[in-house]
Design a protein around this ligand. Sequence first.
Ligand SMILES: N[C@@H]1[C@@H](O)[C@H](O)[C@@H](COP(=O)(O)O)O[C@@H]1O
Length: 268
Amino acid sequence: MRILIKQDENEIAYWTADYLIKKINDFSPTTEKPFVLGLPTGSSPIATYNELIKRYKKGDISFKNVITFNMDEYIGLPEDHPESYHFFMNEKLFKYIDIPAENIHILNSNSDNLENECIEYEQKILKYGGIDLLLGGIGMDGHIAFNEPGSSLTSRTRIKSLCYDTIQANSRFFENDASQVPTKVLTVGVGTIMDAREVLIIVSGYHKARALREVVEGSVNHMWPASILQMHQKCILVCDEPATAELQVKTVKYFKDIERISTDGNHQ
Ligand SMILES: N[C@@H]1[C@@H](O)[C@H](O)[C@@H](COP(=O)(O)O)O[C@@H]1O
């Protein structure tokens, strides 16, 4: 696990967008061999999406041969609801870039057969050869996508019930009214995330400090689902200073030293 500690959210966004652009450009995606990108919603990736849009407008990147798979979606919201993840992705990223509509994949939580939708989503990912890079965030309780505490660490795409903490946390998007937050979702599984060839997680803000501590210094445990990332062969956590507040001083120093010593910025 590589841990990068940036000053703030803006530095995270700049670094993350730059890293993604380099990855995609180095891959030289074509129609026959597209780059497969996993994408999150939530507040964590917004600044990065803004940076990606800026860089797209400068001509640094094209998304024509990028296939995207979003991680999750609420059940019970129409796609045009302002808090649906379909709506979010279009508003925050897709409508500003050159990605073809048919390259975008988001779980259809309005399907008549949700279980089948989940199975087909996994099959579609496989059809494209798996996810090359999955960008994500984590919840305050250590959830990843919508894999809440107690999720099987080998889970696949499925229907999931949200826990009280997540409903409370996400009520900020629903007029601070927890009763408006859907209680069920579709989400890729922890196993689906672990199958991505590379995982890049944004952790920003003091409110994520406890989760970051559990994920980095705690043991692998289903009550902190993102802790499984310790087992991933190529995972980067891009954090800001406030998010590191509960890490041990020696942990912060250890990871900062690695970044300082490795001047080519290309280590694992
Ligand atoms: N389902 C999403 C996750 O995909 C997201 O990573 C996480 C953190 O959200 P935020 O970035 O807003 O803190 O919780 C949400 O509920």
